[in-house]
Ligand binder design. Structure first.
Ligand SMILES: Nc1ncnc2c1ncn2[C@@H]1O[C@H](COP(=O)(O)OP(=O)(O)OP(=O)(O)O)[C@@H](O)[C@H]1O
Ligand SMILES: [Mg+2]
Length: 363
C-alpha cells in the first residue's frame, strides 16, 4: 500500500498541511512540538478510524476549531493505478464519518483492514509495562487487520459478556434462575472458543517471526519467548464458565474467559518486565512490531505502511543503520520516519539508492 498524498485540516496542530509522498522513504523532521508525530498519527487515523494516542475524537480537533478532516490518496497496487482510492475522514458536529472514493461507510468498522499500518513509537514500551489489556489490544488489532470475522466475533463477545455481567449484577443476592445464566453461557462460549482458536493460530505464526527479529536487532544470543496465557488453552469456555459460576455470582461479573487472556514476554526464561534492561526491552518491542509488519505482509500479500516515530532515539546508531539498511530493501515498502534532526535522517539514508523525500516542519 502506498500513500501518495495526505491533507490535514484542523487536525491537532496542523491547520492546513498537504504532502505528496514518494513510494519509499519519507522523512519528517522539525523541532519538538512542530507536529511530526501528528502527521504519522494522521496516517494511522485514516487507516484505523482512530488515533493511536488519543481515543477521544473531539481532542483531535485543533484547539478553538469545531471540526477536522483528513484526506489520503492511496495506491493499493504499485503497478495498477486503477486501484487508487481516496479516503476522507471527517469529524463534524461531533459525528465522525468516513468515505472511500466519495462513498460513505455505513459502519466505520468496515474500513478496518483496508490499509494496514505498523506504528513504532516510543510509547510501545507500555506493551511491556502496562496491564494485560494493552497486550490483548495488540493481538486483537493485528488479527483484525487480516480477519474481519475475528473483529466481528470480538464485538459479539463483548455484547454478550456485558449482558451476562449486567444480569449477574442486577440479580445479586437473589435466587438466580440458572437457566437464564446458562442461556448466556451457551451464546458466549462458541464465540469465545473461536476467538481463542484464532489467537492461538496467530501466536504460532507470530513467534518465529518475532524471535528472528529479536536476534537481528539485539545482536545477541539471549533467547526471547512469548507465551500465550489463556484458561482456554486446555478447556472449552463453557466448562470455564461452569466451573466459575459460584465465584461469578459472588463477584457479580465474569471473572474468567478470553477477555482476561494475556501474553507473557520472557527473556532467557525470565519475565522481561522484571529483569530486562532498557535496551533489551526496546529491542523486544521493536522486534514485536517488525514481526507484526511481516505478519500483515504474509497474510495480505501487500506491503503495510510503516510509521517510525523517533526510532533513532530508541536504538544506537550502529543498530539503527543496520535496521535502516534492511528497511531500504525490498523486504519493506513505503516508510514514514520522524526525527528532530534532518541531517541525521539524511545521513542514514544517503548511502542507499532508494527513492527518498525529506520534509522539514517549522514551528
Ligand atoms: N487538538 C490540538 N490542537 C492544537 N494543537 C495540538 C492539539 N493536540 C496536540 N497539539 C499540539 O501538537 C504539538 C505536538 O505535536 P507532535 O507531537 O506531532 O510534535 P513532534 O514534532 O512530534 O514533537 P517531538 O519532537 O517533541 O516528538 C504540541 O505542541 C501540541 O500542543
Ligand atoms: Mg514526536
Amino acid at each position: 500500500m502506498i500513500l501518495s498524498h495526505l491533507r490535514l485540516h484542523q487536525f491537532k496542530n496542523h491547520e492546513n498541511s498537504s504532502f505528496d509522498f514518494c513510494d519509499k522513504i519519507n522523512s519528517i523532521s522539525g523541532p519538538n512540538g512542530s507536529g511530526k508525530t501528528n502527521i504519522l498519527d494522521a496516517i494511522y487515523t485514516l487507516s484505523n478510524t482512530k488515533s493511536y494516542f488519543n481515543h477521544i475524537d473531539q481532542q483531535l480537533i485543533q484547539f478553538g476549531k469545531d471540526e477536522y478532516s483528513l484526506k489520503g490518496m492511496f495506491r493499493a497496487n504499485e503497478s495498477d493505478s486503477n486501484l487508487d482510492f481516496q479516503v476522507l475522514l471527517t469529524l463534524q458536529n461531533k459525528k465522525k464519518s468516513l468515505k472511500k472514493n466519495g462513498k460513505p461507510y455505513s459502519r466505520l468498522l468496515e474500513h478496518i483492514g483496508t490499509i494496514q499500518t505498523v506504528f513504532i513509537t516510543p510509547y510501545d514500551i507500555s506493551l511491556v509495562f502496562e496491564g494485560s489489556e494493552e497486550r490483548r489490544k495488540f493481538i486483537d488489532f493485528t488479527i483484525s487487520q487480516i480477519n474481519k470475522n475475528y473483529l466481528f466475533a470480538l464485538v459479539e463477545y463483548r455484547k454478550y459478556l456485558d449482558q451476562r455481567n449486567a444480569f449477574l449484577k442486577s440479580n445479586f443476592g437473589r435466587n438466580i434462575d440458572s437457566l437464564i445464566l446458562e442461556s448466556f453461557d451457551v451464546k458466549i462460549s462458541p464465540i469465545a472458543d473461536e476467538i481463542h482458536k484464532a489467537r492461538k493460530a496467530f501466536i504460532d505464526e507470530f513467534i518465529p517471526l518475532f524471535e528472528e527479529n529479536y536476534k537481528f536487532i539485539s545482536e545477541s544470543s539471549e533467547v526471547p519467548h512469548i507465551d500465550y496465557l489463556s484458561p482456554l488453552n486446555n478447556k472449552s469456555m463453557l466448562s470455564v464458565l461452569e466451573e466459575n459460576r459460584t465465584s461469578d455470582l459472588l463477584s457479580q461479573r465474569t471473572g474468567l474467559g478470553i477477555h482476561k487472556d494475556d501474553i507473557e514476554f520472557l527473556l532467557n526464561n525470565q519475565p522481561l518486565k522484571k529483569f530486562g534492561s532498557q535496551g533489551q526491552i526496546k529491542s523486544f518491542v521493536i522486534a514485536l512490531k517488525i514481526a507484526q509488519y511481516q505478519y500483515f505482509k504474509q497474510n495480505s500479500q501487500q506491503y503495510p505502511i510503516l510509521l517510525l516515530d523517533d526510532i533513532f532515539e530508541k536504538i544506537d546508531s550502529q543498530r539503527s543503520q543496520k535496521l535502516m539498511e534492511r528497511m531500504c530493501s525490498t523486504e519493506f515498502g513505503q516508510i514514514f520516519i520522524s526525527d528532530t534532526h534532518s541531517e541525521r535522517i539524511i545521513e542514514h539514508f544517503n548511502p542507499f539508492d532508494v527513492a527518498q523525500k525529506h520534509f522539514t516542519l517549522v514551528k
